[in-house]
Design a protein around this ligand. Structure first.
Ligand code: FES
Ligand SMILES: [Fe+2]
Length: 439
């Protein structure tokens, strides 16, 4: 069990004033504690099941800053291990993805099977005299591995609640948006790049529709994207326990029809899948109408209306690795598939017209959290503060109907403070912000 923190993390986030202390974006000690208190305890997205369909398929990912292997064992079970040999700690897997029969450490040759068991030790008889108890020296396994609608998550904490409970209605709705595009699979080739920013500033931007007209002015000016017909006065926010949230504009059948007919350099995502009974059954009225971006706390962004996933992987307080997964229906005709992949590559990701704008802003914001003078002054998240009424919707999730706002951003930081304060899962369960009332 972890001791109560010496630092008062709640003092960094003032939910009444709507401010956040800049030091949480660049302080090394706070960053290190995030690895323990958030990433080592939460459900972390590993991969989609379509990436590891057969025994021995693997995909390398991270839990905080620890490299982990997500793989499928011979019985079809999902396994997640720390990618670190139990002898001297060398990585036992160097490729980003592939298929293996076992994991062979390239240092001295210890070999682990697909369940992480140590099955091969050179010199076991002659050098270890068979004293080494191999069953005690398997790879370190995740405490739990679970999948929701094909999205595989792992946690290192045995006290973490079951995945569905952790996700709650808002997290489940977010993943359901990603699962609603047919028989989905992840396209080969996850795009990866590094941005010099704190991971939380990248996360809070995904709810930010205030910046779009300014930061991304070049996309419609260039003709690459049309000026989207959403209304700034008509937004929906859904806040979930443990920090999950969805926030963004409302879409209607009329807007979807207009977008489907828009002529652009590359085709837009056809949003008319929302007009089906299946979509209503899976998402309810709030989910069908919400064109906002979901975030599964802490760092899984379900982007572009569910056809791209983005992980924001911390690489230290001042650096974030951004991973883009593109998801498409397996049965999509080849010409549409090509056009869709092209659109994904040129919207977000390292070659995307939008993320280049964003990355510059996040870098500058991060730099101004470490300089002696600027860091004395908190950041402002007070837009619409005290005016967001959370209303229960039946059926479906509770939501706020409002204009462009910063409710989900502030909610993310409130949840961050809860996670950082709680000494263990029982404490977090009974002491975290609940999405009720007026925010
Ligand atoms: S470090 Fe892996 S076998 Fe020695
Ligand atoms: Fe942006």
């Amino acid at each position: 069990m972890r001791e109560d923190p010496a630092i008062d993390y709640r003092s960094f986030v003032d939910a009444r004033a709507g401010t956040v202390d800049r030091r949480i974006f660049s302080d090394q000690a706070i960053h290190d504690e995030e690895m323990e208190r958030i990433f080592a305890r939460c459900w972390n997205f590993m991969c989609h099941e379509s990436q590891i369909p057969r025994a021995g398929d693997f995909f390398l990912n991270f839990i905080g800053q620890d490299s982990v292997i997500a793989t499928r064992d011979r019985k079809g079970g999902l396994q997640v291990f720390l990618n670190s040999c139990r002898h001297r700690g060398n990585a036992v897997c160097r490729a980003d993805s592939g298929r293996v029969k076992s994991f062979l450490c390239t240092y001295h040759g210890w070999t682990y099977d697909l369940e992480g068991k140590l099955v091969g030790v050179p010199g076991h008889k002659s050098f270890y005299h068979e004293d080494l108890e191999r069953d005690k020296w398997g790879l370190v396994r995740a405490a739990k591995v679970e999948s929701y609608k094909g999205f595989v998550f792992a946690t290192m904490d045995p006290e973490t609640p079951p995945l569905e409970e952790y996700l709650g209605p808002v997290g489940r709705m977010g993943l359901s948006m990603a699962a609603a595009h047919g028989d989905v699979m992840v396209v080969d080739g996850v795009q990866k790049n590094v941005i010099g920013c704190n991971w939380k500033l990248a996360v809070d931007n995904l709810f930010d529709w205030y910046h779009v007209q300014i930061s991304h002015a070049s996309a419609p000016l260039s003709g690459y994207l049309p000026k989207l017909p959403y209304k700034d006065e008509d937004h929906i926010v859904a806040l979930g326990e443990y920090g999950h949230a969805i926030s963004g504009p409302r879409t209607t059948p009329e807007i979807r029809a207009a977008l489907a007919g828009a002529s652009t350099a590359v085709p837009l995502v056809d949003e008319r899948w929302r007009d089906t009974p299946e979509a209503m059954a899976a998402l309810g009225p709030v989910g069908v109408a919400s064109r906002g971006h979901p975030n599964i706390f802490p760092n899984l962004w379900i982007a572009s209306s569910g056809v791209q996933l983005c992980l924001r992987i911390p690489r230290g307080p001042l650096s974030t690795e951004i991973w883009w997964f593109t998801m498409l229906d397996k049965n999509m005709p080849e010409d549409r598939r090509r056009a869709s992949v092209e659109r994904m590559n040129h919207t977000f990701g390292p070659a995307g017209i939008l993320e280049q704008d964003d990355g510059e802003n996040w870098s500058q914001s991060t730099l101004a959290t470490r300089s002696a003078l600027a860091r004395r002054h908190p950041l402002n998240f007070a837009m619409n503060l005290g005016r967001g009424e959370i209303v229960e919707r039946q059926p479906g999730v509770a939501s706020i109907d409002t204009h462009i706002n910063e409710h989900a951003q502030l909610w993310t930081y409130r949840a961050w403070a809860d996670w950082m304060t709680a000494k263990d899962w029982p404490a977090l369960k009974c002491d975290h912000a609940m999405p009720t009332g007026v925010v």
